[in-house]
Ligand binder design. Structure first.
Ligand SMILES: C[S@@+](CC[C@H](N)C(=O)[O-])C[C@H]1O[C@@H](n2cnc3c(N)ncnc32)[C@H](O)[C@@H]1O
Length: 205
């Protein structure tokens, strides 16, 4: 892993731990709500193994997960499109990407995920472009997000969804989501008990 990415990840990881353990009090809107280090490492390895070039992220926050992803695509001259609506987090993410030296590889789409995905989904040039999509924004729209991104993913590409197991209050919503995607004829999917629980779905045809 590139040293400057590693050092920004380390700094953000420490801050995130303090927030999660409530050793510091942060307003909900300002919380980073990051994936765990283990989840980041897992996706970093998976993306390297897939030789991923193009990634779509829904829910960037301050860019912690984005940095784990970008490290894996640098060697392939890849690109990440990432969506976030919170302006303060966008400002923080931009600083983090600059510090890590990866701003050129990351396109931030600012605004509501649903509207941005609806636009992307109708663009012919984006069809089947993405090797990997990460769903980690508001949980109640996951089914709609999944349906919108599926045509954008290449056959053999992966859609990963966070928070399948934790926090537990999301479980009923997540059960509906996993049952829905299991019914799709061109998707094979399983829940991985890693971090907050990751749904790993491959587009099979
Ligand atoms: C769980 S956090 C993302 C954490 C990030 N993926 C990471 O692991 O570092 C979810 C983010 O999605 C953003 N978000 C929630 N609903 C959204 C929506 N409808 N459109 C765009 N962004 C949204 C929130 O502002 C928040 O920053």
């Amino acid at each position: 892993m590139r040293e400057n990415i590693k050092s920004v990840l380390k700094k953000l990881g420490k801050q995130s731990e303090l927030e999660k353990s409530e050793k510091i009090q942060v307003n909900h809107d300002e919380r980073m709500l990051t994936i765990s280090n283990e989840t980041g490492e897992f996706f970093n390895i998976l993306l390297k193994a897939m030789k991923a070039k193009k990634i779509l992220e829904v829910g960037m926050s301050v860019g912690f997960s984005t940095l784990w992803f970008v490290d894996a695509i640098l060697a392939n001259n890849g690109k990440i499109v990432t969506i976030e609506e919170n302006q303060d987090k966008i400002t923080r993410a931009k600083k983090n990407f600059e510090e890590a030296g990866v701003s050129a590889q990351i396109e931030i789409q600012e605004g509501k995920a649903l509207q941005i995905l609806q636009k992307l989904a109708t663009s012919e040039s984006e069809q089947q472009q993405f090797d990997f999509v990460f769903l980690d924004a508001d949980k109640e729209n996951n089914i709609e997000y999944f349906d919108l991104v599926l045509p954008l993913v290449r056959v053999g590409g992966i859609i990963a969804t966070d928070n399948i197991l934790y926090p537990e209050e999301f479980r009923p919503e997540m059960k509906k989501f996993t049952e829905y995607i299991k019914s799709k004829p061109n998707v094979q999917t399983m829940t991985l008990d890693l971090g907050n629980g990751e749904e790993i779905s491959i587009k099979t045809k």
